[in-house]
Structure formats: structure tokens, C-alpha cells
Design a protein around this ligand. Structure first.
Ligand SMILES: [Zn+2]
Ligand SMILES: [Zn+2]
Length: 166
């Protein structure tokens, strides 16, 4: 559940991400259209992992006339400046999540039923940072996926039986 504090925090984060995106668009000579801002806001308002079609559908439901191409293109732009991360949850298509102000984390994915859990570890972050440094990189952000199977076999079977294609 979100407390008033975390709501304020995430609103501030969204506002900051939006102003970074606006500066980037300006610097690149790209138009700052309301559709592009809508895509960013949709990603930052969500607490789940979204795919491009999911974002497109949500925005269409809200009555915007956005096109699929604009959603994909905007997500590419947001990825380029590290405001969203791309993740592979084993669905043969990419999921996106907000990156600005979000702790780097691990996604643990069940390859049978698709359940996704997140785990954060400062030790893991330190290790990844060290590995990057050894290869001559400065760590930006990361999101890692590991695949396994639920230990709760019954719950897993129930979920995989009614797993929506997505
Ligand atoms: Zn995540
Ligand atoms: Zn499972």
C-alpha cells in the first residue's frame, strides 16, 4: 500500500523525470508533444512492468489519440537517456519500467507461470559496479533477470493454467 509519503515521493520523481525528458527533447531538437509526456507519465505512474502494447492500450483507454509508433519511439528515447529500463521477462517481448530514482534490482521470473518477484541487494549492486569498473565502465543502472521455477508447485500450476499471453 502506498502511504502519502511515498505518493509525494513518486510524484516528485515523475516531475523530475519529466523535466529531464523535456530538456533532452529540446537539446535534440525534438518536439515535446503531449503524447511523449503521456508515455513517460504512464511509465512513472505504474508500479508494474509494462510492455509497449500495455502502455498503448492504457493511453487509448484514457482517450488520447496516440499511435503505437509514437509509444515505441518514445520508449526508445526514454531508454537512451536512462529514464526507463528494458527488461526481458521471458515473454519474447520487452517490458519497460521506470529507472530514475529506482533502486537497481533483480527480477526473479518463473519460466513456467511467469510470476515475477523483485529483490534488491546493496551487495549485489556493489558487485555489479566492481565488475563494470574492471571492464572500464561506469555503472549507470541495471536490471537483472534470473529464471527459475516456483517452489510452490500447486500455485504455479494454477497460474500457468490461466496464464494470459502477454
Ligand atoms: Zn522491476
Ligand atoms: Zn511458477
Amino acid at each position: 500500500m502506498q502511504t502519502p509519503d511515498t505518493v509525494t515521493e513518486s510524484n516528485e520523481r515523475a516531475a523530475q523525470a519529466e523535466s529531464m525528458f523535456r530538456s533532452f527533447l529540446k537539446a535534440e531538437g525534438l518536439r515535446c508533444t503531449s503524447e511523449r509526456i503521456d508515455v513517460l507519465q504512464e511509465v512513472y505512474r505504474s508500479d508494474t512492468h509494462l510492455d509497449a502494447d500495455g502502455i498503448y492500450n492504457r493511453l487509448r483507454e484514457k482517450g488520447t489519440g496516440i499511435s503505437r509508433a509514437t509509444v515505441y519511439h518514445t520508449l526508445d528515447l526514454l531508454f537512451r537517456i536512462n529514464l526507463v529500463t528494458r527488461i526481458d521477462l521471458g515473454h519474447h517481448h520487452t517490458h519497460y519500467e521506470k529507472a530514475f530514482g529506482v533502486a537497481n534490482h533483480l527480477h526473479i521470473v518463473c519460466h513456467r507461470c511467469g510470476r515475477v518477484e523483485e529483490a534488491t541487494s546493496s551487495r549485489l549492486g556493489g558487485l555489479v559496479e566492481k565488475l563494470c569498473a574492471e571492464q572500464g565502465f561506469t555503472l549507470g543502472s541495471f536490471s537483472l533477470q534470473v529464471f527459475g521455477e516456483c517452489r510452490d508447485r500447486q500455485g504455479c500450476d494454477e497460474r500457468s493454467g490461466e496464464k494470459p499471453q502477454g
